[in-house]
Design a protein around this ligand. Sequence first.
Ligand SMILES: NC(=O)c1ccc[n+]([C@@H]2O[C@H](COP(=O)([O-])OP(=O)(O)OC[C@H]3O[C@@H](n4cnc5c(N)ncnc54)[C@H](O)[C@@H]3O)[C@@H](O)[C@H]2O)c1
Length: 252
Amino acid sequence: MGDRLAGRVALVTGASRGLGRAAAELLAAEGCAVAVVDLKAHWAESAAEAIGAAGGRAIGLGCDVSDRAALQQALEATAREFGRLDVLVNNAMWNRYEPIGAISPATMDRMLGVGFEAVVWGIQLAAPMMAASGGGSIVNIASVSALLGIPNGLLYCGIKAAVTGLTRAAAAELGPDGIRVNAIAPSTVDTEGVRSVVSGEGLQRRIAQTPLGRLGTTEDIARAVRYLACDDSSFVTGQLLTVDGGLANSLS
Ligand SMILES: NC(=O)c1ccc[n+]([C@@H]2O[C@H](COP(=O)([O-])OP(=O)(O)OC[C@H]3O[C@@H](n4cnc5c(N)ncnc54)[C@H](O)[C@@H]3O)[C@@H](O)[C@H]2O)c1
């Protein structure tokens, strides 16, 4: 347990499992009160209970982050419970890898809704709350897919590139209010979400392509979230922090 975020309050989306959960746990271990947000309230509540059992402060909130009104309610519930908002981690995503010809309007709507619109709404709704207490930090979870061309990944690569672009624009606009906005580009991390779209063979191929010779872990990404959330990064904004074992800069 540390105190890098003592007295601060964070909301992490898609935090009942995977990268979001690891980030929520690490922020809580640094003294941050955390709102765990996920699609189903009982998933979020169970993750929040685990954080509580480990000595942290957390609440679990059910919310579809692509629904602006629902996200607003979650942010307001967080501020009601903990008194302020300092950190927003836009982590939730719903993904399909499929050939360009197979992309349906329903897939397009869902991926844009969760992966892009929810990030915009989150920034729009959280910024005034953060500004009211002198500033804050917004961390958007992008992907190395923002930097690479991946077959069958047209929507995913496009959305994650868009998230890096809006990160820079938000940083430029919100800096005067003391709000920093950064993004993280993880390479493959073995999570339930990844297992649903990448085969075991695909994971082995990714390891072989990675100079550091392994996949990322949820802790690797959580530590990057912690860095961007706390004052260690107080003069860092508008950046894309790549956490990928060297993958995106190598040719192998
Ligand atoms: N795991 C990886 O290899 C990897 C690599 C690069 C980037 N990322 C990014 O990291 C983030 C987390 O990835 P993960 O692998 O942990 O995913 P995951 O699928 O394991 O977890 C995502 C969570 O988001 C929740 N969620 C989905 N739609 C939601 C919605 N509309 N409202 C609220 N919650 C919703 C899910 O219920 C789930 O708990 C995503 O943005 C993903 O694109 C992951």
